[in-house]
Design a protein around this ligand. Sequence first.
Ligand SMILES: [Zn+2]
Ligand SMILES: [Zn+2]
Length: 356
Amino acid sequence: MNFPSEAGAEQRRYFVSTFYKFLHIKDVEGTKKALEDRAEQLGMRGLVILGSEGVNSTVAAPSEEAMELFKAFIRETFNSPEQIFKNSFAPSAPFRRFKVKIREEIVTLGTPELFPDLAKNHHLTPEEWNKVLKEESDFLLIDTRNWYETKIGTFKGAINPGIDVFTEFPQWLEEQNYSKDKKMLIFCTGGIRCEKGILELQRQGYNNVFQLEGGILKYIEDKPNDQFEGECFVFDHRVAVDQNLEPSKKYKLCPHCGQPAEIKINCSRCDTETLICEDCSAKPVVKETCTKNCAHQWELRPGRKGPRQALPFELEKGVLKGAKVVAGPKVARKTPKVPKALAATEVSAAAPTNAN
Ligand SMILES: [Zn+2]
Ligand SMILES: [Zn+2]
């Protein structure tokens, strides 16, 4: 068992694990049913993305024993004795329920034809990764996650492509015109995104390419407080995990846009204390209100107090159901100084699928 043990039991009532496996699944519906049945027996919660190309998941168990039994089931079901699990913790269930979603791609690059069929395709362990980072200088280090994930933590010196969704990665890469023999290191949250990312690099003619095995989560487990700085964004209620793999104590989801938020405010309209993000803290009205609804009301009737009406953003948008995480609006990044009109319905949303 490789859950670190030095932290308080308080933070560790739920055992969380992230895993993926590319393999050809013939009976996707039957596999879904089997997963649901086993999850119910063990009291599991979480989100599983399942498709004919494999499985991608983050699950939470109410006990270490239940988690071990579920892992054994996963190893057996997916014929994967060497399965890598990335472990972390939560003080309460980070998902509301257990859900299996069927998708064509288990991590969406828009290229279902790219199938990682090699068990090993230039994977570096955290140890090998560190060796390159610390001893070499002529390489590019690329963060393949979405831009809002990179804001609260990344590897020292990493390039942030600034993509909203992974499907933008191939085009971004094409536009860079990096020299084809350049040594490139890519990483993501749990490793799955890079399994496809590296195939895209190879398809574009890059040969000297490497991916971080198990992603940031495995790296932090092995090498806390080393070359990764800050916290790692995750796609559940925890928002992020820190260097102890415990839920972020610093960030909540911004009630206005869904980005990680750390700026404390008191709502001018309803006096609710909340955290908002840096981008929203630069927008008039938004910067002093606790929800989209309060912002809307405050703009219509400045100075008039009222009760808190709307649910927090994450409840409204289903984030707390473990469904979709809503990314910050594109407009917030590209033109941060020009807030759009505050209609209660105005949400632009990228929707990543799962921890990846
Ligand atoms: Zn915001
Ligand atoms: Zn309010």
